[in-house]
Design a protein around this ligand. Structure first.
Ligand code: OAD
Length: 253
């Protein structure tokens, strides 16, 4: 791993606008299951029943129960070295933003401030009919499902992106802008199976950014990686933590 660490540090030190793009793998070592790995969520559950508008309309209580089950796992989980290292790089003025497909909020819990949650957040709800949106701090009461909108009385739903739904326009344009501006784009723990999110590494690369991919398994981005790190994310960042701590802060240009 010695050479890999050195190459990684060289690339980080030589960059002025680092952006991270993360997926479920970054939270795997915090105890949150991924989607497509062996034993992942989509092996055990049917996405069209639990993560689609049609599924929600058919059985909102079932969908809510599944999200509550996931919220409980997430609630009791803590950021790992990968989340913490990205927060550290942001504090040092080196990492400018994180674009995440995760809805768990662990980047924010680790102290990252500029987090673009392109697939929404499990800690937010919105009305399935009107424009009402709100944060939630606690897991909804399981005996009163689905929760209802305080403004119009219709059903509230998790404020996450489901299959077949478009991404939030503003978040997507911010993500594209960040990918375009980056000079180093770190792809961490995502298989690259879901679009349009999976376009971002290509957008970054086409704008001249260098690409680092950190993932223990093959991903859709292996061919465009300038540095390919075949490791679990938190393991890699634990090993390099001291070196990252010693990096001098970068003055904003
Ligand atoms: P996937 O489950 O498709 O991919 C997870 C990736 O994480 C795989 O490439 C794994 O090899 C990798 N991985 C596993 N453990 C890891 C570890 N410890 N460190 C680093 N990498 C590890 O999850 P995503 O790519 O995030 O969308 O999935 C994208 C979207 O598909 C999700 O946001 C969700 C899902 O359907 C929506 O719900 C809209």
């Amino acid at each position: 791993m010695g050479d890999t660490y050195r190459m990684f540090l060289d690339m980080v030190s030589g960059s002025r606008y680092i952006v991270a793009f993360t997926g479920a793998g970054v939270s795997a070592e915090s105890g949150i299951p991924t989607f497509r790995d062996k034993g992942g969520l989509w092996e055990r559950f049917r996405p069209e029943e639990l993560a689609s508008v049609e599924g929600f309309m058919r059985d909102p209580v079932k969908v809510w129960r599944w999200y509550i089950w996931r919220m409980r796992t997430i609630y009791s989980s803590e950021p790992n070295y990968a989340h913490l290292a990205l927060a550290l790089l942001e504090r040092k003025g080196r990492l400018r933003s994180i674009i995440t497909q995760n809805i768990d909020g662990l980047h924010t819990k680790a102290g990252s401030r500029r987090v673009i949650e392109i697939h929404g957040s499990i800690w937010r709800v919105r009305c399935a009919r009107c424009a009402y949106r709100s944060e939630i701090k606690e897991v909804p009461n399981e005996s009163e499902l689905p929760p209802t909108c305080p403004e119009c009385g219709y059903m509230l739903r998790p404020d996450v992106v489901w299959f077949g739904e478009p991404l939030d326009n503003m978040k997507w344009s911010m993500a594209v802008k960040e990918a375009t501006r980056s000079d180093l784009f770190m792809v961490i723990g995502t298989s690259g199976a879901v679009y349009p999110a999976a376009e971002l590494p290509y957008i970054a690369r086409n704008s001249g950014s260098r690409i680092i991919v950190i993932d223990p398994n093959p991903t859709a981005f292996d061919d465009i990686a300038d540095l390919r790190i075949w490791s679990r994310a938190s393991e890699f960042f634990r090993g390099i933590w001291r070196d990252l701590e010693s990096l001098p802060p970068l003055d904003p240009a």
